[in-house]
Design a protein around this ligand. Structure first.
Ligand SMILES: Nc1ncnc2c1ncn2[C@@H]1O[C@H](COP(=O)(O)OP(=O)(O)OP(=O)(O)O)[C@@H](O)[C@H]1O
Length: 848
């Protein structure tokens, strides 16, 4: 068997059979599976199965409103009713769950909201391992607390339809009298007295006895491998939805059946189950998938394919459920999508026929599985066989057989008279036509059965009868609840319902359960596929060492990827099979997280071992490859220097190829590092990259600082040069000063300063010229000024020692103090106004 690339896609084309007999793999119409996930929205906070049975309503007429408002909930069952004299036109209704929050859109009664909650429970996503239900994983809360075997009917001995009448409680002039099995029109009704006999006559508002009488045996039959159909038929507002769905106080057949299903699994330690639900409605002769988003189901109505007993429905979703919570979600979604509207007779009348189906696949558990799960759960396999009425047990023949059955719970739209609303009238026509067809189909079948005839049965005249053809042809156990309104103004409709019930009672059934190995069953197919995949994997692994020698690096990489894919698929499939440990009420049926970490933790020890082995083998292969490639690289021939260019090019391209191959192998090697190792690697890389960044920053800062220092140094150098210039200028000045001739009378120490002999007036001229130049350059920038003058002018250079503060070599003795001293000695001898005085006067004015 080949592995489909995408498991869900491979099922897309498969239609869902309505006939479990030779049903192809029932799966989703997955055309909208992908976008479903994005549209998950909680629809109701009410946890009840019934609290969500809210429907769209058409606006209610004032007349209807007042009638409805005046209704009160009838009391407990009575076998005869008092006539209070009031004669409301409509039957007394039990008030439904408040619907004020619901929009009323008469033209689009179907929920127009695109954000319909889409469960993740479709077959393609669910983990079958967690979807299999058995006795150990059914939670106590999921099962019916009132299992009473005495309530079960012996459905196995009778090949007749179980027909029951439910009389709706009313205080409004009831005209029918009844006993347990007989119902009779009152003589006071003004009509010919009629008497009818049925399997059960049920009254009152309690749904539990109704379920026990009409549905429980058929639910058990379905669990035991028979197809079963339970449907409610009757005039509008007579209580069909109340019987099938019920409300929070009085859960109806559907929620009770689901509880019983889990109860049955709990009591059956020998089997494991896969449960799938679908929900559809037939509205104006079009079939809609109630579990698909409305836009999808409107664009792609469900089609009936095939003929005779081999009817298939496509596209139709089936969602795997493992707990009541999961069922609740499916029901909430489906019921939210049902079309209802307010009519003259029923505030929330079902405007369509609805079919809720549960596909039950089950398989005998192997001793090994039982032991394993008992050990895992700390329980021992109970040594008893649960009571399963009519149940021959399935035996494994060769391989284990898979039993498949379908339980269909059908709420028919009510027959009705013309209404005041145009849209309702149109719907009513469709409803009446299909009910009429159902009636004539039942009549013909009854005739054929009772008179041994084989007249043509007009199944094809309506979608409803065509869909029900396999069941009505005898392939299923059928239970019909006919609901009637006993009040006088509904006598005609009630009589018509009772006649229908009488006819259907005559239909002969011959349902068989399927105990053969059903290779089409999803459960079996998963198991088979797992086995095949494992075989293929083992073969490939065994061949790997020889094969890898032949393959190029790329081919080896492809090969290892293919093996990885096989492993992944095996893991997915294994997880799709539910076992007893996995059913848990607290668990929703949300899709299992796709986290690889989660998957790893969920793997069985065997799978982990397989995984580990495969990974090790791959690593070994890759190490060998790396080594051989490295050796090839080292052993490459060295070309002589005078080798032709073409030869060099060839060599280079070969080496480039080897490098590429090495890279590929190394990449593959890294891919194979376990998650933890990869994580460690990432952490280390992260830590070191932070450090590296810090270091780089630090280095940049230091480099910038070094630049500043270099610049500073250059500046210093320039300043030093200027200082040198100034020093020389000053030396020149002193020389000129000495040239004034004073040096002739005063002996300056020759060794300290040896300027040329100054000439009179020379120093003053130099200073005058410098002073002039400095004033001229005052507006120039700092560097220019520094260059132009021997005297510091700027703050930038103020930090530098002043020329006059500097210690000049050999100038100590030539300080101004000495000069001053010499001069003062001289001045005492010379007269005022002498040239010397002039010179000093000028010097004192020198800008310092
Ligand atoms: N046996 C019952 N006891 C108490 N209330 C009931 C009973 N049967 C029906 N009702 C009430 O009567 C009203 C109409 O019932 P329901 O909607 O089930 O009728 P229906 O047959 O499904 O109608 P339609 O065909 O129009 O959908 C509801 O408010 C429901 O609660």
């Amino acid at each position: 068997m080949s592995v489909p690339a995408t498991p869900s896609a491979s099922r897309l084309a498969r239609p869902v059979s309505f006939t479990p007999n030779r049903r192809p793999l029932s799966t989703l119409s997955t055309s909208s599976v992908v976008d479903d996930a994005s549209s998950t929205t909680s629809r109701s906070s009410t946890p009840s199965l019934l609290g969500t049975a809210r429907k769209f309503k058409a606006p209610i007429s004032t007349e209807s409103k007042s009638r409805l408002n005046s209704k009160s909930r009838p009391g407990s069952p009575t076998k005869s009713y008092s006539n209070d004299g009031s004669r409301p036109k409509t039957p007394t209704s039990r008030p439904k769950t408040p619907t004020s929050a619901r929009p009323k859109t008469p033209t689009t009664p179907r929920r127009g909201n695109e954000e319909i909650m889409i469960s993740e429970m479709d077959v393609s996503r669910i983990d079958p391992e967690e979807a299999l239900v058995d006795y150990q994983n059914v939670e106590a809360g999921d099962i019916s607390g009132d299992i009473d075997e005495s309530m079960l009917k012996d459905y196995g001995s009778d090949d007749k339809v179980l027909v029951s009448i439910r009389v709706k409680p009313t205080t409004n002039n009831p005209v029918w009298n009844f006993t347990d099995k007989k119902i009779q029109l009152d003589s006071g009704a003004g009509k010919a007295p009629q008497e009818f006999h049925f399997d059960e006559i049920l009254t009152g508002s309690e749904n539990k006895p109704v379920y026990n009488a009409v549905a429980r045996s058929h639910v058990c039959a379905a669990m035991d491998g028979y197809n079963a159909v339970i449907f409610a038929y009757g005039q509008t507002a007579s209580g069909k939805t109340f019987t099938l769905t019920g409300d929070e106080d009085q859960p109806g057949i559907i929620p009770r059946a689901m509880k019983d299903i889990f109860g049955y699994i709990r009591r059956t330690p020998t089997r494991e189950y896969l449960l799938r639900c679908s929900y559809l409605e037939i509205y104006n002769e079009t079939i809609h998938d109630l579990l698909a988003p409305p836009s999808t189901s409107a664009a792609q109505p469900v089609q009936i394919h095939g003929s005779g007993p081999n009817i298939t429905l496509n596209p139709l979703r089936e969602e795997v459920v493992t707990s009541l919570k999961g069922v609740r979600e499916v029901l909430q979604r489906g019921e939210g999508n049902r079309r209802t509207a307010s009519t003259d007779w029923n505030e929330r009348s079902s405007r369509s026929h609805s079919v809720f189906r549960v596909v039950i696949e089950s398989r005998e558990r192997t001793e090994r599985e039982k032991q394993d799960s008992d050990v895992a759960s700390g329980r021992m396999t109970p040594g008893y066989r649960p009571p399963t009425p009519g149940g021959a047990r399935l035996q494994a023949k060769g391989g284990r057989s898979v039993q498949t059955s379908v339980l269909s719970l059908i709420d028919l739209a009510g027959s009705e008279k013309a209404t005041s609303d145009k849209e309702r009238t149109r719907e009513g026509k469709y409803i009446n036509t299909s009910l009429l067809t159902l009636g004539s189909v039942i009549s013909t079948l009854a005739e054929n059965s009772s008179k041994g005839k084989s007249d043509h049965v007009p199944f094809r005249n309506s979608k409803l009868t065509r869909m029900l053809q396999p069941s009505l042809s005898g392939d299923a156990r059928i239970s019909v609840v006919c609901t009637i309104n006993p009040s006088k103004d509904a006598v005609v409709e009630s009589t018509s319902t009772l006649l229908f019930a009488q006819r259907i009672k005559k239909v002969q059934l011959h349902a068989q359960k399927k105990e053969v190995v059903d290779t089409e069953a999803l459960l079996e197919r998963y198991k088979k596929e797992i086995e095949e995949l494992k075989e293929r994997l083992a073969e490939r692994e065994a061949e790997a060492p020889v094969r890898n020698r032949r393959l190029s690096a790329r081919e080896q990489l492809d090969e290892s990827r293919a093996m990885k894919d096989l492993n992944t698929r095996i893991r997915q499939l294994t997880k799709l099979i539910l076992t007893s440990q996995t059913v848990d009420e607290s668990k929703g049926d949300e899709s299992r997280p796709a986290s690889p970490t989660k998957l790893d933790f969920d793997m069985s020890p065997y799978q982990l071992q397989q995984e580990l082995l495969a990974a090790r083998r791959q690593l070994e292969t890759q190490s060998t490859q790396i080594l051989s490639l490295e050796a090839a690289l080292l052993a490459r021939p060295v070309l002589p220097p005078d080798a032709p260019d073409s030869e060099k090019d060839r060599m280079l391209s070969e080496q480039a190829k080897t490098i590429r191959e090495l890279e590929m192998v190394v990449n593959g090697y890294e891919d194979n590092l376990g998650e933890p190792l990869r994580k460690v690697k990432e952490d280390v890389e992260k830590e070191w990259s932070v450090r590296l960044e810090k270091e780089v920053k630090l280095r940049e800062e230091k480099e910038a600082w070094a630049d500043v220092l270099v610049k500073q140094l250059e500046k210093e150098k320039k300043v030093r040069m200027k200082l040198e210039e100034e020093r020389q200028a000053l030396a020149a000045f002193v020389k000129k000063f000495d040239a004034l001739g004073l040096g002739n009378s005063i002996a300056l120490p020759q060794t300290k300063l040896k300027p040329p002999m100054p000439s009179p007036g020379g120093a003053a001229a130099v200073f005058a010229e410098r002073q002039h130049r400095q004033v001229r350059n005052l507006s120039l920038d700092l560097d220019t000024v520094v260059e132009a003058s021997p005297i510091r002018l700027s703050s930038a250079v103020a930090a530098e020692p002043s020329l006059l503060e500097e210690q000049w070599d050999g100038m100590e003795d030539a300080s101004f103090e000495i000069v001053e001293k010499l001069l003062s000695e001289k001045s005492s001898k010379s007269s005022p106004g002498s040239p010397l005085k002039e010179v000093f006067a000028e010097k004192e004015n020198m800008p310092l």
